[in-house]
Design a protein. Structure first.
Length: 430
């Protein structure tokens, strides 16, 4: 077998493959064995006809086509492996010349993993943000704790910001109630901005037993199309006004709020909050620093993103986005509109496609860097990593079963190697 390589571009290669008599003879033997299983010959059971006998009963054109198919299949796989070319899709084959039992010449074209030329990964000069937690940030957490432990008592006075009110309301558009616009006994904190602009403000100053019609306009970017920018009327009635009474800022509060027997004073509570906030900020800063380092390396490297991989990532991003918007209670169409895109194609072109390309480039660069640095994982690391996934999905039988599949375990191993590679990148640029 002779092979000539021609790169059509950085992501597509064409192999010109020539097979001689010996390879074609071997392919014909394989073809005869396959076709013999369906041959019926006097004195032999089906599937037991010897190849020498079967040959006489097989249509020559059928044998020739099967020979070509088998020769192509074996030669394509062998050629790409021999040339150490990693394909990303099934090669397209085109026969150029065929002389039965003598010669077969054809091309095999495929999208391949492109060559990556790494930039200087030891001198990326990416500054790491400093982490600090101010007293005001700590105090804000303390106030949220006080708020969560506040007792609510009914009062007779008019409602003000910070109070909670129990209300009945019916929202109407063009005089007719609209879906999701009505409730009885709903408790709302005034000033929380839970409702559309003007609703909570309209209840300030009202007392229990009073009712009021609120003429309001929904925001133009509201996630329900029928209500976006619509003029409506909310018929409201206040049942109760509830005053919030946060606990005093003392040591008893510290003990109750922390739930930790070791914390017995306000100072200890604030110190503990500061430690936890610092740790959280540090984790976030570390992750951002990793992302910046990877992006810097991608920018310094010579790498292209094969469209077949980009298309896969586009699908993943779309799927993730649809799930995220569903959890937020909106559709992907509403998200696209809220972000100012003209339509789904505009969103894909301006947001999804660039993000997909960056993911692919980062993956290719990190894969190359992993090989460059000879990053490996020990048996203990592999097992610990797999066990962590098993613990994570312990209550999900379907996912637990999938974790035993070789393909899934290989994906998990690749993620581990990628994480170790990024950690090494951080170390080299510290």
């Amino acid at each position: 077998m002779k092979t000539a390589i021609k790169y059509l571009d950085k992501t597509k290669v064409e192999l010109l493959i020539s097979l001689g008599k010996s390879e074609l003879d071997d392919a014909e033997e394989v073809a005869l064995t396959k076709l013999a299983d369906d041959v019926k010959a006097p004195g032999f059971r089906k599937g037991k006809v010897p190849v020498t006998v079967a040959r006489k009963h097989i249509n020559p054109e059928k044998l020739m086509q099967q020979t070509i198919d088998d020769a192509l299949s074996k030669a394509v796989a062998t050629a790409f492996i021999k040339e150490e070319i990693q394909v990303l899709e099934r090669p397209t084959v085109e026969v150029k010349k065929f002389v039965p039992q003598q010669e077969l010449e054809f091309t095999a074209t495929a999208t391949v993993v492109p060559e990556v030329k790494l930039g200087d990964y030891k001198n990326l000069k990416v500054a790491k943000d400093k982490v600090s937690v101010s007293a005001s940030e700590v105090n804000a957490v303390v106030e949220r704790m006080r708020d969560s432990l506040a007792e609510k008592t009914e009062v007779k006075r008019a409602a003000k910001n910070g109070d909670s009110v129990e209300i009945n309301f019916v929202g109407k558009k063009d005089g007719k109630p609209f879906d999701g616009g009505s409730a009885n006994g709903h408790v709302l904190e005034l000033g929380s901005n839970s409702f559309i602009p003007g609703f909570e403000e309209g209840l300030v100053g009202m007392k229990a037993g009073q009712d009021k019609d609120l003429k309001l306009t929904f925001p133009a970017d509201y996630h329900v199309d029928d209500l976006a920018g619509a003029e409506v009327v909310f018929e409201t009635k206040i049942n109760k006004v509830l005053e919030k009474n946060p606990p005093e800022l003392n040591d008893d509060f510290a003990k109750k709020a922390s739930g930790d027997q070791k914390i017995s004073t306000i100072k200890m509570l604030k110190d503990d909050i500061k430690i936890r906030m610092t740790e959280q900020k540090q984790r976030e800063t570390n992750e951002k620093h990793k992302d910046k380092l990877v992006q810097a390396l991608v920018d310094k490297s010579d790498v292209v993103a094969p469209q077949v991989l980009v298309d896969d990532q586009i699908q993943n991003i779309e799927q993730d986005m649809r799930q995220n918007t569903m959890y937020r209670g909106i559709t992907i169409e509403q998200y696209i509109k809220s972000q100012g895109y003209k339509d789904e194609n505009d969103w894909k072109q301006k947001e999804v496609q660039p993000a997909a390309e960056q993911r692919v480039k980062a993956g290719l660069v990190l894969s190359k860097l992993s090989k460059e640095l000879k990053v490996t994982a020990t048996a203990e690391e592999k097992q610990a990593n797999l066990d962590s996934y098993r613990n994570q999905y312990a209550n999900n039988p379907e996912m637990t079963k999938r974790l035993e599949e070789p393909v899934v375990q290989n994906e998990i191993l690749n993620r581990l190697l990628t994480d170790k590679t990024v950690d090494k990148l951080v170390e080299l640029n510290s």
